[in-house]
Design a protein around this ligand. Sequence first.
Ligand code: NBP
Length: 483
Amino acid sequence: ELADIGVIGLAVMGENLILNMESKGFRVACYNRTVDKVDAFVNGRGAGKNLVGCRTLDQLAANLAKPRKVMLMVRAGDAVDVLIEMLVPLLDPGDIIIDGGNSAYMDTTRRCRELATKGLLHVGAGVSGGEEGALHGPSIMPGGNGAAWPALQPIFQAIAAKVEDGTPCCDWIGPEGSGHFVKTVHNGIEYGDMQIICEAYHLMSQGLGMSAAQMQPIFARWNKGFLDSYLIQITADILSQVDPDSGKPVVDVILDAAGQKGTGKWTSQVGLDLGVAIPQIAEAVFARSLSAAKDERTDAHRKLTGPDPKYTGDSEMLVKQLEQAVYAAKICSYAQGFQLLRAASQEFAWNLNYGGIAQIWREGCIIRARFLGDIKKAYDADASLANLLLAPVFQEVLANAQSAWRNVLKTAMDLGIPMPVMASSLSYYDGYRCARLPANLLQAQRDYFGAHMYERTDRPRGEFFHTNWTGMGGATSSTTYNV
Ligand code: NBP
């Protein structure tokens, strides 16, 4: 009996996706470069299941029903190209290679084009939800050669997470690297969400002197309201866990030096490439970088002064305001993420469906949250929204949260507690709603030192002027291109 799909890469994601597929009635062929892992898996977690362990790629190809569907769950980068090169001679026109790893979207676009010249269909599918999601229902973001979707849809939608009404958290995203692009933006938003929560925790622990045990019920309560989300839920769970060795909360014995595997950095780089303001995502990456310089910070702590971080006002009130500030910051962060999607959709003609993407993120993935249901509704009501902040529902939330949001940030600044991402959210909000930013002066500076020219408020856009600021240089100007 031929298998419905083949999966290459038996690390944590691959194994769990295979077991998920098998549990939904699919026969899965499995392969791993280090072949011992195939035997270990098929005789271990996969024992007695409807799997075909393959010791070579030839065996894998021979065991797949046509069109063959081969899914790679390996480390992003060279490994994907190496495997594709080995697979191409073993496949027939119309067969499908799916890359389920965290590939860079430009790589996926390139591979789609290269494989299309060989008659093969390539799909780059972002998969989110970690180990648990892969096993019980991840959020899946497939994009690439659309001709592949009818063959993949039954498998992917069966294994994906489902929202309350049963809609799967997986739908076709669009052409070329769009699926991996959406996954990239997901990961950037994830960085922002995590850092926002950490800043709230910092204010409560440092400013209000609260213990993990005191903060735990607050996050648990937040998880029942508008902040209801996986990351708030796990934060409450984390705060409740005690280290058996020291008897202290586990979170208190963990070193404050963050790691990163580059997914937030990629999103920030894409924002820079496309010229879209996503400051919260970038700040979240920089916050991790600053945290990683632990020794330097410890030294600076002895040398650089600041205010007493203890808050002397009404703590209960501040915690209430903090909930609103976190929500406002989160809305701004998602607004930035969706602006990035919009820019890419325009740049690459992907025709992305923003409401559909919010729905895919609603369950299964790390950023899953009740609030994504509101984002979906906002885009369903008006798919051409210039910015999520302008959706009536969010305009109102931000108007109501505003004084709390500002007060939390003023308080944090007075106490000397850093809130890079939350502070950036308010600057984004204030910047976005500002009809006249100081960029007039900036243009003057550019024109002064580089003759870069400027447009005038009293003349049509696109007409450029130069002032001979110093009386030297005359009327010679630079050209006005923008990068
Ligand atoms: P890893 O990212 O740790 O990759 C390990 C797998 O890649 C192993 O099967 C390994 O084979 C294979 N591999 C490597 Br490394 N180089 C190879 C090569 N040149 N040729 C063939 N195979 C090669 O596994 P993972 O954490 O399961 O993640 C898989 C993908 O899913 C990655 O792209 C990751 O970014 C993405 N992802 C991970 C998570 C997560 O929570 N871990 C979540 C979402 C997405 P070997 O056994 O022979 O070394």
